[in-house]
Design a protein around this ligand. Structure first.
Ligand code: MTE
Ligand code: CO
Length: 422
């Protein structure tokens, strides 16, 4: 019995597609073998004729030169200066769940601080029994934790509140990255200092020119925050806060203070710029939601998408990412016809707590127009809303926390566009 027919699935059409794909797999290759001789097969390429570069000629490895287009990009008109700006992760070029360190989007308020690790210190002050100052060697003497988490800027998809705008998931959804962190649970550092009984908040402050700071509820700080030193196995990159950054799992990216230099325990929040004039959500009636810390469940189809159109008819892999700041992704639904019919996507693991989760739909595309959407469900039972559902409750003044369902229109020629269904 073939693997295909043994596949357990509730959907008849999916079973039919798998059977067809099994048959087609041979045909797709065979069709090319039958045409004119393919020099890629009949001629020995250059790289097979002579020796390649030796080991350690490239002491720090880089991607193939043929992948030079896979880069972070910015939107020129979005900000006045590069030092207080944002670049976007090329989500449409990536697969799996880990963001390579060199492609992780960056958001800086005062440029990248180039810190000398010998001269960097972390101070814990305020409502503690013993104010402490650590150098990096001290930090590395505490027990460590490894976690994979997404970081999403609260402004991700912010340009889309008033309608479809940017053509590409890199720009609509690319203020997110998902990397493996190694660091010290913040609780261990706070315990060392001894938080006084009236401590309620921890103010985290960066050593960059913006001295960016945010107030974090003490309960969150003690529960799961990490003072990270490493990212994807190596020291943090300067762009991501070398040598210390705060990891605040599931909460808005702005709170993940980079170049961390100070933690002050207080009884009240600081009400800093980043939690009053910024990162509050202005509603239609003029009131603002504040302390909207958690990033709600969200998803996006990364392929096809405007920067990654469909190229060939027949079997195609539709792929995307889903995440939730409240737990893990339990299910992703995908529609190809603007929401009339939904099918369950295949989550391909690992499926982790507050991490990006990869999903796939194996697609048979015969050149028909598609209206693609994805809808994430999380472990709390929450289902990702439509953009219109969000607008009804929040209006269109805010730029933050837009986790509405994204629509891509795939035309008959495979070109793909950012649209909305009204
Ligand atoms: N920390 C400091 N010290 N300075 C900053 O400008 N930007 C914040 C946060 N931490 C920032 C910071 C914002 S708004 C976001 S979204 C994340 O860092 C971005 O993290 P990244 O650059 O690793 O993507
Ligand atoms: Co941000």
């Amino acid at each position: 019995m073939s693997k295909t027919t043994r596949t357990e699935t509730k959907s008849g059409s999916r079973r039919a597609f798998l059977a067809a794909a099994g048959g087609l797999a041979a045909t797709v290759g065979a069709a090319r073998a039958q045409g004119a001789p393919d020099p890629a097969i009949t001629e020995l390429p250059d790289w097979s004729r002579h020796l390649g570069e030796g080991v350690a000629v490239r002491p720090y490895g880089k991607p193939s030169k043929h992948e030079a287009h896979v880069i972070r990009r910015d939107v020129e008109w979005l900000t006045a200066s590069r030092e207080s700006s944002v670049s976007f992760t090329p989500l449409h070029e990536l697969d799996g769940i880990i963001t390579p360190s060199g492609l992780a989007f960056e958001r800086h308020h005062g440029g990248i601080a180039e810190i000398d690790p010998q001269k960097h210190r972390l101070m814990i002050s305020g409502l503690v029994e013993r104010p402490l100052v650590f150098d990096l060697e001290d930090i590395r003497r505490f027990p460590r934790r490894n976690r994979i988490h997404f970081l999403e800027c609260a402004a991700n998809s912010g340009m889309e509140w008033r309608g479809a705008q940017l053509n590409g998931c890199q720009f609509t959804h690319g203020m997110i990255h998902n990397v493996a962190y190694t660091g010290v649970p913040l609780k261990l550092l706070l315990d060392e200092a001894g938080v006084r009984t009236n401590g309620r908040w921890v103010i985290a402050e960066g050593a960059d020119a913006s001295g960016m700071n945010r107030s974090i509820p003490l309960a969150k700080a003690l529960r799961d925050c990490i003072v990270a030193t490493h990212m994807n196995g190596e020291w943090l990159r300067p762009e991501q806060g070398y040598p210390l950054r705060l990891v605040v799992p599931g909460w808005e990216g702005n709170m993940w203070v980079k170049w961390l230099r100070r933690l002050e325990v207080t009884d009240v929040p600081l009400l800093a710029r980043e939690e009053t004039s910024k990162y509050t959500d202005l509603l239609a009636d003029g009131r603002s939601r504040r302390f909207t810390f958690v990033m709600d469940a969200k998803s996006v189809v990364t392929n096809p998408s405007p920067q990654a159109p469909l190229r060939r008819r027949g079997p195609n892999v539709l792929s995307g990412l889903a995440w939730s700041g409240r737990g893990s992704v339990t299910r992703v639904d995908v529609t190809l016809d603007g929401g009339r019919n939904w099918q369950e996507a295949r989550l391909d693991g690992p499926v982790l707590d507050r991490s990006l989760t990869r999903f796939y739909v194996d697609l048979d595309w015969q050149g028909q127009e598609l209206m693609i959407q994805s809808r994430a469900h999380d472990s709390t039972g929450y289902v990702q809303p439509t953009k219109d559902e969000l607008r009804k409750v929040r209006g269109v003044n805010s730029i933050y926390h837009n986790n509405g369902i994204q629509t891509w229109l795939v035309r008959a020629n495979g070109e793909t566009e950012n649209v909305e269904i009204s």
